[in-house]
Ligand binder design. Structure first.
Ligand SMILES: Nc1ncnc2c1ncn2[C@@H]1O[C@H](COP(=O)(O)OP(=O)(O)OP(=O)(O)O)[C@@H](O)[C@H]1O
Ligand SMILES: Nc1ncnc2c1ncn2[C@@H]1O[C@H](COP(=O)(O)OP(=O)(O)OP(=O)(O)O)[C@@H](O)[C@H]1O
Ligand SMILES: [Mg+2]
Ligand SMILES: [Mg+2]
Lengths: 225, 225
C-alpha cells in the first residue's frame, strides 16, 4: 500500500546539509502493522511525515496505493489524506480554541459528514480513549496524556484505511498505554494498515515487523515469528 | 526542602468542579530523588507545577525551603524560581525563534550571567545531552526527542538545587533515555534534589521513593530498599 524507493530528505542549514532521510527503501503491505524504532533524531518522524504526504522527498520516489505522490498536486494530496489517512502527531497539533469533541470532528467536517453523525462519532471516540468526562475541555485544560488521546481519537474519526502514529503512547502511563495499544491492535485486526513510530517495546511487540532506523536509513528489519 | 499540607487545586468548569489536586500531603527531603507516577490525568503535572511555584493552591499550604509560598509576591517567587529551581516541562515550552544555545542561555540571562560564560556553559550542556551538532538549529528544526533534550539542558543551566522534571524521557528511545537518566542520577549524587514525574519504570527505579498518585491524591509511596 506504501512504497519508498531511495527516498531522501535533505535540509540545507547554510553550508551544512542535514540528511534527515538518507536513502530509504521500504514497502508496507495492506493490513500490516509495522513499528518503526530508532534513536532520537534518526529520521522516524520525517519518514512518517513522508508516508502521510505531509512532506515530499528531495530525491527518490514515494508511491501510495500505487500512485507516485510527486505527480499529485496539493488538492489531490489533500483529498487523499482526508479520505484514507489518519495521522497522530508526535506533538499532537490540537486546535487550541476548539473543545475535545470539536477537535475530533475536524476531519469529519473536511469529509463532509453531517453535524449529527459527526457529533455522535466524536462522542463515541472520546469515550473510547477515556475522555468522555473531558468532552468540553479545551487542550490547555487537559493533561499531556489527555491531549495525546484527543490526537488519537481525531486520527480515527474518518475510519482511515492507513493509520500513521508518531509515538502514540509517549505520554501515557503503562495502563492507559495498554488500553490504547489494545485499541490499535483491534483496528489492525479489523483491517486498518498501521505504521507506528514508537520507543515502547510493548507497542513494537505487537507489530508484524519492526523497522529500525539509524542516521536516516533503515538499519535492519525484525519480523515477528 | 518542599512541603505540601492538604494542598488542593480546583478548576471551575461552569457548574462542574475538577479536583486536579484533592488534598495532597507530601514532604520532600533535601538531596532526595523522588519519582511521581500515576494514571494520565491523576494530577502529576499539577503537583509538579505547584512545587515549582508556577501555580498556587486553591486550598492548603505549600512551603519551599520553609517559606510559605502564599506569602511571597510574584517578584519574590520569580526570583526564587530563577535562582534555585530548574523545570523541565512536559511540553518543553521552548522559544521558537531562539536557537538551541540561545534557549539554553535564557535562565542564565535572567540570573545575570555574562555572555561569554553563558555561551560556554550552554555549549557544554548541549554536548552533554547529545546536541552539540544541533547548536544552531531552532526548535522546529529539531526532532521531538531533541526538543526534549534542549528543555533538559535549559533546566540545568543555573545548576539548580531543586530540579523538577515532567516526563523527561517521554520522547526518547531507551538508549538516549538511559543517557539522560545517568545524567540525572549523577546530578542527584552531587547534591541536586530531584522530583521526576515519569511513566518509565527505569527512571522510577533509580528514585529513593516513588509517589503514586490517583485522582488528585497521593495513593501510596514506595520506598526503595
Ligand atoms: N485548566 C484546567 N481546567 C480544567 N481541568 C484541568 C485544567 N488543567 C488540568 N485539568 C485537569 O486536571 C487533571 C490533572 O491534570 P494533570 O496535568 O496534573 O495530569 P497528569 O497526571 O500530569 O496527566 P498526564 O500523565 O496525562 O500528563 C486532569 O484530569 C485534567 O483534565
Ligand atoms: N527543518 C529541519 N531543518 C534541519 N534539520 C531538521 C529539520 N527537521 C528535522 N531535522 C533533523 O532531521 C533529523 C531527523 O528528525 P526526525 O524528527 O525525523 O527524528 P526522529 O527519529 O523522529 O527523532 P525523535 O525520536 O527524537 O522524535 C534530526 O536529526 C533533526 O535534527
Ligand atoms: Mg520523532
Ligand atoms: Mg502531565
Amino acid at each position: 500500500v506504501a512504497e519508498l524507493v531511495r527516498v531522501e530528505r535533505v535540509y540545507e542549514m547554510g553550508e551544512v546539509l542535514v540528511h534527515a532521510l538518507d536513502g530509504v527503501d521500504l514497502q508496507i503491505e495492506r493490513g500490516e502493522y509495522a513499528a518503526i524504532m530508532g534513536r532520537s533524531g534518526s529520521g522516524k518522524s520525517t519518514l512518517l511525515n513522508m508516508m502521510g504526504c505531509l512532506d515530499r522527498p528531495t530525491a527518490g520516489t514515494y508511491r501510495l496505493t500505487n500512485r507516485d505522490v510527486a505527480e499529485l498536486d496539493d488538492d489531490e494530496l489533500s483529498s487523499l489524506r482526508g479520505r484514507t489517512l489518519g495521522f497522530i502527531f508526535q506533538a499532537y497539533n490540537l486546535i487550541p480554541h476548539l473543545t475535545v469533541l470539536e477537535n475530533i470532528e475536524v476531519p469529519m467536517d473536511y469529509a463532509g459528514v453531517g453535524p449529527r453523525e459527526s457529533r455522535e462519532r466524536a462522542e463515541a471516540l472520546a469515550e473510547r480513549v477515556g475522555l468522555g468526562d473531558r468532552a468540553d475541555h479545551r487542550p490547555t485544560q487537559l493533561s499531556g496524556g489527555q491531549q495525546q488521546r484527543v490526537a488519537i481519537a481525531r486520527a480515527l474519526a474518518n475510519d482511515p484505511s492507513l493509520l500513521l502514529a508518531d509515538e502514540p503512547t509517549g505520554n501515557l502511563d503503562s495502563s492507559t498505554g495498554q488500553e490504547i495499544l489494545d485499541l490499535l491492535t483491534h483496528l489492525n485486526e479489523a483491517g486498518t494498515t498501521m505504521i507506528v513510530v514508537t520507543h515502547d517495546a510493548k507497542v513494537a511487540g505487537q507489530a508484524h515487523r519492526t523497522i529500525h532506523m539509524l542516521d536516516g536509513r533503515v538499519d535492519r528489519i525484525l519480523v515477528r515469528p
